[in-house]
Ligand binder design. Structure first.
Ligand code: KG4
Ligand code: ZN
Length: 336
């Protein structure tokens, strides 16, 4: 079964092809990072317009590269939400028009389910599992007994982990999105110089809070001489990353212990973080949990994860009508 995936929920325009026989055969991503970088964050209207300009040419490119026509496909999967509404509407309208024109089944995918199932593109899933979903818009712990069944165990009470990375990076004068820059610079930073707070670390609940960390980073940076030296920047990056990773990894382990799972997983853009992957790998090895970090290309927003999720839905006989709606926010619901 060949499924075309379309992802336009934020600032990456992506189309992919998942083939039940061959796995991911194409995953094209047109990043808008340069476009939004000058503003220090995503400008929703610019994102929608860039999707409008780039999406159909990307679909055409994918079909040409694979020497396929729309009618050779078996279905279309599109991110229905959560995300920026204008951006989602571009993907949804395009997916509906293509599905209608080629008389293909259409299925709307929850973006978070896409991130979670991206793990299946790297290695076969071991279940039941707890998944830590950490991106620019989400920080959630999800219990997954099987594909299609999800239980939200907790999440952030303020900023998402990716936001905490990006806002800290901005305070250090690093480009947007700052997460990957902090990751790279932290590797050469001194872990003992800046001990930043681990908010709610002793709380029994499975919740995160990152707004206090942002304030602590601001106060730390304000006390440093200007211009900031490379050493100071690297040391603060290390402090920020260690604090965020410590909080995330402890909560993931807490959730995994409570639910007696066989595996733990990471999902979302922050799952690409080297420090987080190392720490979770060490925790999992110590506890006997299965853990394989997802391939980095499938951590940040991509349509391969949406195409694969669509494949799962369609294989289970689930599909949506042409009245499929978008949503800016909604919890991940089970469909099985
Ligand atoms: O999943 P994603 O591409 O988009 C959303 O759904 O939000 O996640 C983007 C987020 C950004 O905040 C970015 O800074 C962060 O993921 N990110 C990272 C790394 N790569 C991306 N954060 C820390 N370390 C990284 N290596
Ligand atoms: Zn995402």
């Amino acid at each position: 079964m060949k499924v075309l995936g379309i992802e336009t929920s934020c600032d990456d325009t992506s189309v992919a092809l998942y083939d039940g026989d061959g796995g991911v055969v194409e995953n094209l991503v047109s990043s808008q990072a340069d476009l939004h970088g000058v503003f220090g964050g995503v400008v929703p209207e610019l994102a929608s317009r860039a999707h409008l300009v780039n999406l159909l040419p990307l679909v055409d490119l994918l079909l040409r590269r694979r020497e396929l026509r729309l009618r050779d496909l078996d279905g279309i999967a599109v991110t229905a939400g959560p995300g920026l509404l204008g951006a989602l509407l571009v993907g949804l309208s395009t997916a509906k028009a293509l599905a209608r024109a080629a008389e293909l089944p259409l299925v709307g995918i929850h973006h978070i389910e896409g991130h979670i199932l991206a793990n299946a593109l790297t290695a076969e899933l071991v279940l039941p599992a707890v998944v830590l979903v950490v991106s620019g818009g989400h920080s959630e712990l999800v219990y997954m007994p099987e594909i299609g069944r999800y239980e939200r165990l907790g999440g952030t009470v303020d900023d998402a982990a990716g936001e905490a990375f990006d806002k800290s990076a901005k305070l250090l004068g690093l480009p947007y999105p700052g997460g990957p820059h902090i990751d790279r610079l932290a590797a050469g930073g001194d872990p003992t110089r800046f001990e930043l707070p681990r908010p709610l670390i002793h709380d029994e609940r499975l919740i995160f809070s990152f707004s206090g960390l942002k304030t602590a980073v601001r106060l730390t940076v304000e006390q440093l001489p200007r211009p900031l030296s490379d050493r100071d920047v690297a040391d603060v990056c290390r402090g920020v990353q260690d604090a965020i990773v410590d909080v995330l990894a402890r909560r993931l382990a807490q959730a995994a212990r409570r639910h007696h799972v066989r595996a733990v997983y990471l999902a979302g853009g922050v799952a690409a973080n080297g420090g987080l992957r190392e720490r979770v790998a060490a925790d999992a090895a110590a506890r006997g949990w299965h853990f394989v970090p997802p391939a980095r290309v499938y951590c940040t927003d991509n349509a391969a994860m949406i195409a694969y999720a669509g494949h799962c839905h369609l294989a289970a006989g689930r599909r949506d009508g042409l009245d499929l709606d978008s949503f800016a926010r909604a919890p991940l619901a089970s469909w099985r």
